[in-house]
Design a protein around this ligand. Sequence first.
Ligand code: S3P
Length: 192
Amino acid sequence: MSLPKRVVLVGPMGAGKSTIGRMLAKEIGYRFLDSDRIIEDRCGANIPWIFDVEGEDGFRQRETAMLRELAEEESTVLATGGGAVMRPENHELLKKASVVVYLRTSIEQQVERTRKDRNRPLLQNDDPEAVLRKLFAIRDPIYTELADIVMHTDRKSPRLVVRQLVNRVNPKTPRHKRQRRKEGRQYAKGTS
Ligand code: S3P
C-alpha cells in the first residue's frame, strides 16, 4: 500500500490536530494545511471576529467553501476545525481521496489544552467544560463514523501519536520493510 493522496485530521478542539498534522506532514514529506488558519488569512480577520460579525453560520459557510477548495489539493495533511463534520455536505469533501484520522481525546485533555485559549469563540463562557461535553456527545459518533483510523491521543506525546500514525497511514515504514525482509529470508530458507 502506498500513501493516500491526503490525510485529513478531525476531532475536537484541543485534540492536537494542528501540532500533530504539522509533524506528520514533515514526517511523510507532505504539505501541511490548516483550514482555520487559511480561512483567517483569506478573510484578514481572526475566527472570533468572524463569529462576532457573521455569526457561526457565516463561519460555517466559509469553512465549507474552504474544504471544497482544499479537497482538490494532493500530497497534503489537512487539519480541520472541530465543527467541520457538522455539515453533512462536508463529509464527502473530507473523505475525498483521503485517509480520515479521528484524534480521539478525553474531555479532561480537551479542557486542559484549551484552558488559556481566547481564539475559540464557542469556549468563551462561564462553563467551557460543559460546552466541550455537549459537543463531544454530539460529535464523537460523527467523527467515529467518518474516520478510517481512530487514534487515541490521551497521555501520548505528539511525537508518539505521529509515529503510530505513520505506521497506520503508510505501512511501508522501515520496520515493516525489515519484517518483510525477514519473512523473505525465512521463505528462502524454507523456514516459514
Ligand atoms: C470549532 C473549532 C475550532 C474553530 C472554531 C469552531 C468547533 O477549531 O474551527 O472555533 O466548532 O469545534 P479547532 O478544533 O482547531 O479549535
